[in-house]
Design a protein around this ligand. Structure first.
Ligand SMILES: [Zn+2]
Length: 137
């Protein structure tokens, strides 16, 4: 029900939709770059637009300007493997994200960066449930 309302609203106002969508991507990761964990200041297309990559959640990840600028049109996974800050958990998170499993991706990112999220969710048995509540709002 909520989803249909949202889609209707977004159809009327694509700009609003784009802005809200970009914001939601950053909120997924707590505004941190999916590659290195720094502040995400941009949205990176995992498969570059120049190679036919679409602006869908599965293909768009929060990234800092440094990573986004350094990756350019390279294959995200190949590029990432060569970085000094390479973390296999982040790579797995990226894979999960591109497969549309954001929940798994966030779990892997939390694992890669325990101190940032762990404390907040320590009390609950299913830590991700709360984080997802905003989605339906
Ligand atoms: Zn980065």
């Amino acid at each position: 029900m909520h989803n249909r309302d949202a889609v209707f609203l977004e159809d009327l106002c694509p700009k609003l939709r784009n802005r809200r969508w970009r914001k939601s991507l950053h909120e997924y990761t707590g505004k941190s770059c999916i590659y290195c964990g720094k502040n995400s200041e941009s949205i990176d297309h995992v498969l570059p637009r120049s190679k036919g990559g679409l602006s869908l959640t599965e293909n768009c990840v929060p990234a800092c300007l440094s990573c986004n600028g350094s990756k350019t049109d390279n294959d995200a996974f190949e590029w990432y493997r060569k970085q000094k800050f390479y973390d296999p958990r982040r790579s797995m998170a990226l894979r999960a994200w591109t497969e549309g499993d954001i929940r798994l991706a966030l779990r892997l990112l939390n694992w890669a960066e325990p101190k940032k999220h762990a404390r907040k969710n320590k009390e609950t048995n299913s830590p991700l449930n709360e984080d997802y509540s905003w989605q339906a709002a």
